[in-house]
Design a protein around this ligand. Structure first.
Ligand SMILES: [Zn+2]
Length: 506
């Protein structure tokens, strides 16, 4: 704090925004009022030589929980890039829920928590920032998981084994939910699988052979395209499955071929695809490296049949790095070094557990609030549906009106139930992701060592970002909060505190 003040004295006055909030419960209690908060924050601003350019306040009532002015404040920051200071009384005035953590994090603000005597910003005490960093990371995971859960609920149809779009070639749709084998086109599909499964024939030649044998693909098409055939041969639908995005479910339709034949064909693809067919994402660092000189993608290729080299694609403008090759192993060695630097010890581990427990409490509070509100909505809807049914029985409303309302409300009700399920599931995921986070922190070098390419990519993306290649050197940044691990954590024996500016006492 002292250090910060010194710097500030040499600067012209800086602009600041004030945010105050009271919850419905606090309203009557003294000392929690809006004027009290404003008073405290204005005094603080004056003492620190800040010009208050805008004040936002939210008063919550039992009826209205929304925070309209909070949203306006965020808008203000996005429109005024010269104002980056935010003054609030304490943490929970600002972050009412986990989403707020993530939202505010995008604005690179200097947040002063006046009563807690801490500043969250680029130069702030590493302890505060570290705690904040872990919380932001966990909140992000939580929100990602939550939306994933909601989406999962919506894919239920595919889950139940029904085709969601058009029937694949070789099948036809009898009605919305019934997909049957089309005896006219199915033989083509069966034969294609048989031919290609031998493993000694290319896609191109398979197409030709099918034509030679008198098969035709779709009416009046003179030839079969390689990509069309590939698409068919890679579709698990033919052995009885249904695909939705990246997931596969057991279908309710009759299979055209056996699972064994399908697997044979997939094996044949591996033989057919020579290394030159590798695409960007098949390389360990495919698509993530950029050239430090020109900013273009640095892509991989195979040399002498086995060594992987990367070089600048020079796609935007001529670049001197274009034909300078760097071995994958040289890049990976630097990645491993970066990863080893963030490994934590037992003492740090227990400290992080404390922070995670704290963030878990935030999550529980948030989930509880959301579930309460959803359950209330559910109750209201159920009651409405019941009442309108009685109205129909009593002849107060028409059958048609009842049906319309019943459908509308039932749809809303099932959406709400889906959300309730999602919140309950995400609650469990939250514990899982804290455990995963801790495991990654304490065992990352070992985890990396035994990981396959895909897992390696995941680990790398979890902790590092902004990769630049300059000659043989890889530049990168640690993601929050891993940058603190890299700097070397300094745990005090007495207090679970991580202030690198502070010398351990006793
Ligand atoms: Zn370049």
């Amino acid at each position: 704090m002292k250090k910060l003040k010194k710097i500030q004295n040499n600067l012209p006055t800086r602009k600041a925004v004030i945010y105050a909030r009271v919850s419905s419960k606090e309203q009557e209690r003294e000392g929690f009022s809006i004027p009290a908060q404003l008073d405290l924050l204005r005094q603080y601003a004056q003492k620190n030589n800040y010009t208050v350019v805008k004040e936002f306040e939210d008063v919550e009532t039992a009826k209205k929980a929304g925070r309209t002015n909070y949203k306006k404040m965020i808008e203000y920051f996005s429109e005024h890039s010269d104002t980056r200071i935010l003054l609030v009384e304490k943490t929970d005035r600002l972050y009412r829920n986990l989403k707020d953590y993530v939202n505010l994090e995008n604005y690179d603000l200097e947040v002063h928590l006046v009563k807690e005597n801490s500043i969250i910003c680029e130069d702030s005490r590493s302890h505060d920032k570290f705690v904040h960093g872990i919380k932001v990371l966990m909140a992000k995971n939580y929100i990602d998981n939550l939306s994933e859960e909601v989406r999962k609920g919506l894919r239920q149809k595919a889950r139940e084994g029904y085709v969601t779009g058009k029937a694949p070639y070789g099948y036809t749709k009898k009605n919305k939910n019934d997909t049957i084998i089309d005896e006219y086109t199915a033989p083509f599909v069966r034969r294609a699988f048989q031919i290609y499964s031998a493993g000694n024939i290319s896609l191109e030649k398979t197409c030709q052979k099918l034509l030679d044998e008198g098969f035709c693909y779709k009416n009046n098409q003179p030839r079969i395209y390689r990509s069309q055939l590939e698409h068919i041969l890679k579709n698990p639908f033919y052995y009885g499955m249904v695909c939705f995005k990246d997931e596969i479910y057991q279908g309710v339709h009759k299979p055209l071929i056996s699972k064994e034949l399908f697997d044979e064909v997939q094996k044949a693809f591996k033989k057919d695809n020579k290394p030159k067919h590798l695409i960007a994402r098949d390389f360990l660092f495919g698509g993530v490296l950029r050239c430090a000189n020109c900013g273009c993608i640095v892509s991989g290729e195979i040399k002498k049949g086995k060594y992987i080299y990367y070089s600048c694609t020079g796609a935007k403008r001529p670049c001197e790095q274009k034909h300078k090759y760097i071995r994958e192993s040289v890049i990976e060695r630097q990645i491993v070094e970066a990863i080893e630097r963030i490994k934590i010890d037992e003492k740090q581990k227990s400290w992080i557990q404390t922070v995670l427990a704290e963030s878990f409490k935030d999550e529980q509070k948030y989930t509880k609030t959301m579930l309460n509100s959803l359950n209330k909505q559910k109750e209201i809807l159920s009651k409405r549906i019941e009442t309108i049914y009685l109205d129909k029985l009593d002849g107060k409303i028409t059958e048609e009106f009842w049906l319309q309302k019943h459908e509308e409300w039932s749809a809303s009700l099932s959406k709400i139930q889906n959300k309730i399920l999602a919140y309950e599931k995400t609650k469990m995921n939250y514990i899982q992701s804290s455990e995963e986070f801790l495991k990654i922190c304490s065992e990352i070098p070992e985890l990396y060592k035994f990981a396959n390419n895909e897992e390696k990519q995941k680990l790398i993306n979890y902790v590092l970002q902004n990769f630049l290649v300059e000659g043989e050197t890889l530049h990168y940044e640690y993601k929050l909060p891993f940058n603190f691990f890299a700097l070397g954590l300094n745990c005090n024996k007495k207090l679970p505190r991580l202030d690198s500016n502070q010398q351990p006492t006793g």
